[in-house]
Structures are given as structure tokens and as C-alpha cells.
Design a protein around this ligand. Structure first.
Ligand code: NAG
Ligand code: NAG
Ligand code: NAG
Ligand code: NAG
Ligand code: NAG
Ligand code: NAG
Ligand code: NAG
Ligand code: NAG
Length: 900
């Protein structure tokens, strides 16, 4: 049905029935023939003006229009700006009508630095005037990084196509959210971007969030390409006639940033990307503790028991989460007080008080969809209606969906009143004196998801049919409800969709949900500022994220927030974290979670990320859960979460999982200040918190596809067992020195695979990369509050050059702008270790010891700050080559340890 509709529209528009033979429609998405697209006339560059760092030109259609998915636009405007030494901004727009562009309010972009000269830039723009094609090349080597040669630009109202040539077997990363391999396939591969409630996160499909950026790595360097566009799109990578990457976009403009990256250090590129999308938000210290959650805790007693059981099992539980409770009664956003029998407010408040008095935390889910309950005295609905903040249908009525509470409305985050509404709802419902005093926020279903099948002409009937409670078949909203009156006319004038088919555009992206409006808000739904969902759909989750972050900030001014969202767009990480959605309790999802967290943390700058540990849907097994508890301890965001119909999977439910969790939480908590420091650095300059192996070994092609191992921070190599029932794993060790995290003994890597045997179900292989100094807590603790009272120890792991360095950042763990902080730099060379820095934030703890790894001989003498250390404080293990020096000094000033 979809295909024939699309067909008719195209036929009408172009009248070129000949061309139609070259296209066929599959269930999801349009298949194009590259021969046909490459035969399009393209454009000629005219009136080229170069003025300092800026080039402008008119692009004029050069020949007979091909009108593949609409009418070719005759004349376009090209604008190329050298914004920094490492960044070129290229825009192609239609000057005759105002087309949609991603609003600066959602993704603020940096401007150009002054006095940038193309002559000194690291990458350069080059073009051919007729037909217009362009390339971006690396100035130092003239290596071409991006080239549209022989692929004409196509620019139609609802179809933009731009295609670049790539090297054979190109190493492409990013273009998420996805569940493919971390290095993307280059054969017959389509990545679709259109936010979708993607149960089971199937690979090959569009998922919750959208980050239209890719990094390409070559042994000669790493560069990046970011397309700022929130419309639906297919990005196709193929290798049948040369390797190519092709954007097929159904709206907006072509708005590219090309990033030079670096010839030697891939993480330079990561920092350059942060200059556009922002560096990641710092999160509270406590949020690195372990989180337990599930959908389907039946009542408050159930919740209390889980807390007790963790305590009895002596597994550290930092935060208790609740998902939606009883489906029949639960009315979301943010109101579960309607469920007095299962989760009575007074008893829930008791639980939250209990958690807080034990230095533990509480988080509850909030969804955007608000129950549509006119005239029933339902506060969240009535207040939103009074403020007129709901998303509107094309005819001006409320845009209705069907979500857990039944028929729902959606907040319109573009409405200028929406933030106040949302902050007020958070202040009311999550009031610390009278409501549920949450410590962080969890936001879900914000694609936005609706269970209503397109066409959702009767959400009431669909809600009843889908047993979405409570069924309230009141009359639809008054068509005369005044719509938001002061919509900003500037934008509504700009975007002209008359003549567009926004429900079934001529080019159908490969949306796995089928129609664009299926299971979500309609694409013609209108925002207060005149924009429509067709353009802004992919921004909804990120805008809710910002509103929720702000609402949490106004509850607790000055304090960092933990907001975990499902849907994201580029830039979301500067405010919120993310979990990878509804995965399954199986080994494939266990494995592909690593690529998932690497994409988010290492490419997209959403480092507070994790997958649901032990798996969300379906039943886990004892050994999967044990292995996953251990892998998950190296997700920045560590949460066990489960679906309502699955067997229970709290860690204490099996002896092996209990032991695995205790072992690995001890490691994670000891490393907590190390990862906290990495987050601080990420916040300062965009340095990645997680690293794929190739970031550290960019010259070693064997590392390029690796996505079953990764670096947690700079120095911790995590190599989990990846197969069911296996007790061995083949891991890749680059040509470098490593140290076993458990024994601390050196392990020389040779750029080859090594099989580790006898990895029991309570252990995970972890190595320290040579060259680092780890600031560890001497032991783990049951809460992060207790952990902060635990002494430090330093582990010095020299690299092949005999040197090591590291850093430690400490502050109160919660303030956005802490009054004081402690910054320590650790360095080591030839028996000489120094920790120095500023110590304004009082740690209140001691340095228990320093451990030097890879020490060949017992030392003759050891000195602390120039004074001999007594023999009893010095231990040397010749088998493991570990020199262990107990110090017991207050950690409030610089110190130096020397041995020879
Ligand atoms: C720029 O493009 C022209 C035309 O394609 C080509 O001849 C020239 O070599 C290019 N210059 C560089 C530095 O790549
Ligand atoms: C994608 O899913 C298929 C089917 O489950 C599986 O065979 C394949 O290995 C998966 N690919 C990746 C990259 O995970
Ligand atoms: C490309 O992939 C599609 C969808 O997975 C498949 O139907 C088609 O046969 C593949 N074509 C080629 C040339 O591999
Ligand atoms: C890749 O190219 C082949 C051959 O032209 C084509 O059949 C296939 O559809 C292309 N795949 C994608 C994803 O564009
Ligand atoms: C929109 O109009 C309302 C009422 O007329 C006013 O209170 C509000 O401040 C206006 N908002 C903006 C952004 O102008
Ligand atoms: C909407 O989604 C449902 C469930 O995935 C599917 O069965 C239906 O065919 C889709 N409808 C359209 C119009 O895409
Ligand atoms: C793992 O072991 C369990 C229990 O013996 C068995 O049921 C399962 O089939 C095994 N899985 C694989 C992949 O061998
Ligand atoms: C030890 O290292 C510190 C810091 O790098 C340096 O200032 C000092 O001179 C070194 N001492 C010796 C004896 O090398």
C-alpha cells in the first residue's frame, strides 16, 4: 500500500514514467539504482566568490532535470567556510524558499574563529565547477578524504542526495544509533536515521536516537564528517562500483562539517567533534555506583525487599530504580499517585527516606506522553492544557497517541511555556517534602513512542484494543481549543511544506516501523513555533532531555543532574546520559552492547551510557548474567534492568552471579576516581572516556575492527569472555606492554591474539596498559559515600619506554561548579615517582601505598620525600615483579617516592 501510494505521488510530480522502472519499493524503503542517480544532471558552480575564509557560489542545474523524487531545484546556494584550522563548514541551501534547518536552540553551533586562512588549514576544500563536485583533502599530504566526483548532487524538495567515494574497505564508525559492528559494514549497507521505539534493538534497523556523524580512520590519519540534519535519512555504504557512502535525505538542507582530525592521534578528532556538539556533562560521583531496576516490581513491598536482599548479599547497591508499576493503573508523567493500592505515596516516601539515610538513591521513570483526561481533575493534563503546551495535530487539535496510560498528549518542547510546565511538574511530583524525592531522572518513550498504528485515526479504539488502561472514551478535544498564539513567526514562515507529502514522501527511508508516522507522533503534527514533526521528529528525545535536565536543576539548583534518556540527537550528551534501550537477555546483545557503548561514548559524546545488564526482555541465565555483571561493571552507566515478564535477575539471585558482582564491583569501585577523572577531562575538552583499541594503536590495522574489547578510560583494557559456556577467550594484545589487573604481573603483547584459559564465571580479564599511573581506592565499599572515605593507592605501570603518567581529579562530587577541587598529576621515570598538584579539596584520606609494576629487581633503598622508608614497609614480589611500598601518609600534599 505504501509503495503504490509513493509511486503515484512520484508519477504525478515528475511525469517521467520511464525512470520509474529503475526503482522498486520493498516493504521498508526505496531501493535506488546508482546508475540512474549518477545520470542526473547535477549542478554547475557559478558566480564563485572567495573572500578570506569563505567561498560562496550559485549552483545552477546543469541540464535536463531528472526529477527522481520530486522536481529538481534549479538554483542553489553553496557556502564554504574555514571555521577553524581543523574545521570546514559547507552548506548547500535553496535560496528561493526557506527550508528547515536544525534550530540553534536545540543544537547551538559554534561560529567561525576570526582570521582563519585556507592556506594554513589542515584540510582544504577543492571543487570542479562543471559539473559541480567537490573534495576535501588533507593539506599536508594532499590525500583526498571526501570526494563527490562522478556523483552528481541531487536537490529536490523532499530528496537530497550527496555521495562520496571512499577507500576500499574503509574504516567507518558512527552513524548511529545502531546495533551493527562498531566498524560499519561497507557492502550493501543502509543506515536509517528516524527515531523509533525499537524493541529488541534489531540490527539493520533504525533505533531510538540519531547521530549523523562518522569518523573515518586510515593509517594516514583520522577525519570526521558531521551532517547537521534532523530529517529522516538513509545513509548507504556500498562497494559494488568502488566503495561509496551516500546520503539520501528527505528534507532540510545539506549542512556539513568536515573535521581534520589528526594524522597520528584519533582522539584529536573526538575533541574536534566536541567543539561542535559540546563536551559531555559531568555527572554526580554517586551515579557511577551500581543501579538496580526492573519493569514490573509489583508493589512497594517488592521494591523494599530488593533493597534488603542486596544488603543481605553484601552486594553494593547505590541506586534503586522503579520502572512503571502496574500497567492497569499507572498513569505516567509524572504521577503515580493514582495508584494508591500498589505504590502508596506514604510508603514510597518511606522507602526513599530509608535509601537516603543509608547513603543510597532513588530514581523513577518519567515518560513524555501525558494521559489525555479532560475534565477528570488530572493535574498534569489540566495544567498542560491551561498552559496550552501540547503538540498539535495538523488541524490544530491536540496530537493524540496511545501509550501506557491510554490515550495521551505529548508536550511540545518547542513551546516557550513547556519548560516551566515541566519544571513545575517535577517540582510538584518529585517534591522532597511531599512527593518522591528522586536523585536522578530516567526518561523513556521519547522518540516519541506511541503504540498507535498508522493511520492512528482512532487512538481511543486502538487503546482499548491494545488494552491500554484505563480506557477513557471521552470525547475528543474541542476543535476550538485556542492554539498557541505567539508562535514565533520567523520560523513558521521559513519552512514551507506546501506541496510536500510529509506522510509518504516520494523517497521512503527504510524506517523499520513502515510509515514515518507509524507508532509515533504524526509527521504533520505542529509545534508552537510552526515547525512540524517531519523535520523535528529526531529531536524530540533530546529536547525532552534538556527540559528534564533543567527541571532537575531547578529542583536542586547548582547540583549536577543524572538524567538517563532513551532517544538522543547529536549534542544530547552535553546534558544527559543514555541507556541502549530494550535489548534481549542473549549473548548477541551482550556482545553488541560493546559496540553500542563505544559509539555513544567514543564517537557521539554521550559517555554516561550502558546497556541493560543481564538483558531486558526474555529470560537470562545464571552464566549470562554473571558474565554480563562483569562486562557491565565497565559500562560508564552500570544498571541491571529487566522486563516485567522475565524471570528475576537481581544479582543476589544466584550464587555465581553474587560472587561475580562482588568481585567486579570491587574493581569498579576501586577505579571509580579514575573514571570520574576521565569524565572531568571529557567535560573539559572532549577526550573520550572509553576508547576502542584503534584510538590507542592507530597504526595497527588489526585493531580497526575490534569491538569485543575496549579501554575503560585510557589504561584499562577490558576483554570479556564472549561465548556462552566458554571459560576461555581469544584476545588481541597490541605490540605493547600490559599488566594483569589481578596479579599485576607484566604481559608483553606481540600484536597477536592470545588465548586466555580457565576464565571462571566470576572473573573477567582486565589489563593495565603500560604507561599509566592508576589512582585507585585501596578497596571497594558498599556505597560511593563510604568509598570516598577510603584510602588511595597508586599503581605505576611503566610503558615500553619505562615511563608512566596519570592524573586524578577530585571535588565534592555533586556541584556543577565546585568551590574547591584537587588536581594531581602523577609521573614516573627510572625509579622516581611524583604525585603533585593542588589539594584544595580535602580528600580526608591517606595514601595507603604505591605499587610499582614491572620492577626487575628488589630495590636497595626506598625514599619517601627524600627520607628512607623502613624495610617493613617495602615488599618485593619477584615472581610478579611488583614493588609494593606502604606509605600511610595524609593525601593532602605532593609527595615523591624514589627507589634504586
Ligand atoms: C583540485 O581539483 C582539481 C580538479 O578536480 C584537480 O585537478 C586538482 O588536482 C585538485 N587539487 C588538489 C590539491 O587536490
Ligand atoms: C545481525 O543480526 C543477525 C541475525 O540475528 C546476526 O546473524 C548478525 O551477526 C548480526 N550482526 C551483527 C553485526 O551483530
Ligand atoms: C542488499 O541487501 C538487501 C537487503 O538486506 C537484499 O535484499 C539484497 O539482496 C542485497 N543486495 C546485494 C546486491 O547484496
Ligand atoms: C549496492 O549496490 C548493489 C549493486 O548496484 C545494489 O543492488 C544494492 O541495492 C546496493 N545497496 C545499497 C544499500 O545501496
Ligand atoms: C507568549 O504569550 C504569553 C501570553 O500571551 C506570554 O505570557 C508569554 O511570555 C509569551 N511567550 C513568548 C516567548 O513571547
Ligand atoms: C505500523 O506498525 C505495525 C507494527 O509494526 C505494522 O504491523 C504496520 O504494518 C505498520 N503500518 C504502517 C502503515 O507502516
Ligand atoms: C551451555 O550449557 C547449557 C547447560 O549445559 C546448555 O543447555 C547450552 O546448550 C549450552 N550452550 C551452548 C551454546 O553450548
Ligand atoms: C624526580 O621526578 C621529579 C618530577 O618529575 C623531578 O622534579 C625530580 O628532579 C626527579 N628526581 C630525580 C632524582 O630524578
Amino acid at each position: 500500500m505504501l509503495a503504490s501510494l509513493t509511486f503515484a505521488v512520484m508519477d504525478l510530480r515528475s511525469g517521467l514514467s520511464l525512470i520509474l522502472m529503475f526503482f522498486e519499493w520493498v516493504t521498508h524503503g526505496t531501493v535506488t539504482d546508482h546508475v540512474v542517480l549518477d545520470a542526473c544532471p547535477g549542478y554547475a558552480a557559478q558566480a564563485v566568490v572567495v573572500k578570506g575564509p569563505k567561498l560562496t557560489a550559485d549552483l545552477v542545474l546543469e541540464g535536463k532535470a531528472c526529477n527522481v523524487f520530486g522536481t529538481d531545484i534549479e538554483s542553489l546556494k553553496l557556502e564554504v567556510t574555514y571555521e577553524t584550522e581543523t574545521r570546514i563548514h559547507l552548506k548547500i541551501t535553496d535560496p528561493s524558499t526557506m527550508r528547515y534547518e536544525v534550530p540553534q536552540s536545540v543544537l547551538p553551533r559554534p561560529g567561525a574563529e576570526s582570521s582563519i586562512s585556507p592556506k594554513t588549514a589542515a584540510i582544504r576544500f577543492n571543487f570542479t565547477a562543471s559539473p559541480f563536485t567537490f573534495s576535501i583533502y588533507r593539506a599536508s599530504t594532499s590525500e583526498v578524504l571526501f570526494s563527490t566526483a562522478s556523483h552528481p548532487l541531487i536537490f529536490e524538495p523532499q530528496y537530497l542526495r550527496l555521495k562520496t567515494n571512499l577507500p576500499t574497505d574503509a574504516n567507518i564508525y558512527g552513524l548511529g544509533e545502531h546495533t551493527e559492528t562498531f566498524r560499519l559494514p561497507t557492502h550493501n549497507f543502509t543506515r536509517t536515521l528516524w527515531s523509533r521505539d525499537a524493541y529488541g534493538v534489531p540490527n539493520g534497523t533504525n533505533l531510538y536516537g540519531n547521530h549523523p556523524v562518522y569518523f573515518e580512520h586510515r593509517t594516514t590519519g583520522t577525519h570526521g564528517v558531521f551532517l547537521v540534519n534532523s530529517n529522516g535519512m538513509d545513509i548507504k555504504i556500498n562497494d559494488t562500483s568502488g566503495t561509496t557512502l551516500e546520503y539520501n535525505v528527505i528534507g532540510g538542507i545539506l549542512d556539513f562539517y568536515f573535521l581534520a582530525g589528526s594524522e597520528t592521534d584519533p582522539t584529536e578528532l573526538v575533541r574536534q567533534y566536541a567543539e561542535i556538539v559540546g563536551t559531555p556533562a559531568e555527572v554526580p560521583y554517586w551515579s557511577f555506583g551500581f543501579h538496580q531496576c526492573r519493569f514490573g516490581y509489583q508493589n512497594f513491598v517488592d521494591v523494599a525487599n530488593v533493597i534488603t536482599n542486596y544488603s543481605v548479599a553484601e552486594i553494593p547497591l547505590e541506586t534503586m530504580w522503579t520502572d512503571i508499576g502496574d500497567r492497569r493503573l499507572h498513569v505516567q508523567t509524572p504521577d503515580i499517585s493514582v495508584d494508591p493500592d500498589y505504590f502508596p505515596l506514604t510508603r514510597m516516601r518511606e522507602i526513599v527516606d530509608y535509601l537516603h539515610s543509608h547513603d543510597q538513591r532513588y530514581i523513577l521513570m518519567t515518560d513524555p506522553a501525558v494521559a489525555y483526561l479532560p475534565g477528570e481533575g488530572y493535574g498534569p493534563y489540566d495544567r498542560g492544557t491551561a498552559d496550552d503546551i501540547w503538540l498539535k495535530a495538523a488541524n490544530g487539535s491536540f496530537s493524540l497517541g496511545a501509550v501506557w496510560p491510554g490515550v495521551t498528549v505529548f508536550p511540545d518542547w518547542f513551546n516557550s511555556e513547556a519548560q516551566d510546565y515541566w519544571s513545575n511538574e517535577f517540582a510538584l511530583f518529585y517534591n522532597s517534602q511531599t512527593g518522591l524525592d528522586i536523585d536522578g531522572a530516567w526518561i523513556d518513550m521519547n522518540e516519541p513512542s506511541s503504540f498507535c498504528n498508522y493511520p492512528c485515526t482512532d487512538p481511543f479504539a486502538q487503546a482499548v484494543a491494545m488494552d491500554l488502561p484505563p480506557a477513557r472514551t471521552t470525547s475528543p478535544p474541542d476543535p476550538n481549543t485556542p492554539i498557541f498564539t505567539n508562535a514565533t513567526s520567523a520560523i513558521s514562515k521559513r519552512v514551507d511544506h506546501s506541496g510536500d507529502n510529509v506522510q509518504d514522501p516520494p523517497y521512503a527511508i527504510a524506517n523499520a516501523a513502515g510509515a514515518l508516522s507509524n507508532k509515533t507522533a504524526y509527521t504533520d503534527a505542529k509545534h508552537a513555533n510552526g515547525l512540524i514533526e517531519y523535520d523535528t521528529h529526531n529531536l524530540y528525545g533530546t529536547m525532552m532531555s534538556t527540559a528534564t535536565h533543567n527541571a532537575m536543576l531547578s529542583r536542586r539548583p547548582g547540583l549536577r543532574t543524572l538524567v538517563i534518556t532513551r532517544s538522543t540527537f547529536a549534542g544530547a550528551g552535553s546534558r544527559v546520559g543514555k541507556w541502549l534501550g530494550d535489548n534481549f537477555s542473549d549473548w548477541e546483545h551482550y556482545r553488541n552492547s560493546i559496540a553500542g557503548i563505544l559509539c555513544m561514548a567514543s564517537v557521539f559524546h554521550v559517555p554516561m551510557v550502558g546497556a541493560d545488564i543481564c538483558g531486558y526482555a526474555e529470560d537470562t541465565t545464571e552464566t549470562l548474567c554473571a558474565r554480563w555483571a562483569m562486562l557491565g561493571a565497565f559500562y560508564p552507566f552500570m544498571r541491571d534492568h529487566n522486563a516485567d515478564t522475565s524471570i528475576s535477575q537481581e544479582f543476589y539471585r544466584w550464587p555465581i552471579v553474587t560472587q561475580a558482582a562482588k568481585n567486579v564491583l570491587d574493581i569498579r569501585y576501586r577505579l571509580l576516581d579514575y573514571i570520574y577523572t576521565a569524565f572531568h577531562q571529557a567535560h573539559l575538552d572532549g577526550t573520550p572516556v572509553l576508547n576502542p583499541l584503534w584510538y590507542k594503536y592507530p597504526q595497527d590495522p588489526a585493531t580497526f575492527p575490534i569491538d569485543l574489547q575496549f579501554f575503560f578510560g585510557d589504561s584499562i583494557l577490558v576483554s570479556p569472555v564472549t561465548e556462552e559456556n566458554a571459560t576461555s577467550v581469544s584476545i588481541y594484545l597490541p605490540n605493547d606492554v600490559f599488566y594483569d589487573f589481578g596479579t599485576l604481573a607484566p604481559v608483553q603483547g606481540h600484536g597477536s591474539n592470545v588465548v586466555l584459559d580457565n576464565v571462571d564465571f566470576v572473573s573477567i580479564p582486565v589489563h593495565i596498559r603500560g604507561g599509566g599511573v592508576l589512582p585507585l581506592r585501596a578497596k571497594g565499599a558498599m556505597t560511593t559515600t563510604a568509598l570516598r572515605e577510603t584510602d588511595f593507592e597508586f599503581v605505576v605501570a611503566p610503558g615500553t619506554n619505562g615511563k608512566a603518567s596519570g592524573s586524578l581529579y577530585l571535588d565534592d562530587g555533586i556541584s556543577i561548579s565546585p568551590k574547591t577541587s584537587t588536581k594531581v598529576t602523577m609521573s614516573y621515570e627510572e625509579g622516581n615517582f611524583t604525585a603533585s598538584g593542588s589539594f584544595e579539596y580535602a580528600t580526608g584520606v591517606h595514601v595507603a601505598r604505591v605499587r610499582f609494576l614491572g620492577v626487575s629487581n628488589a630495590p636497595h633503598s626506598v625514599k619517601l620525600n627524600g627520607r628512607s622508608v623502613e624495610e617493613a614497609s617495602v615488599q618485593y614480589d619477584s615472581a610478579g615483579k611488583v614493588l609494593d611500598i606502604s606509605l600511610g601518609i595524609s593525601f593532602d600534599s605532593s609527595f615523591n617516592v624514589q627507589f634504586n
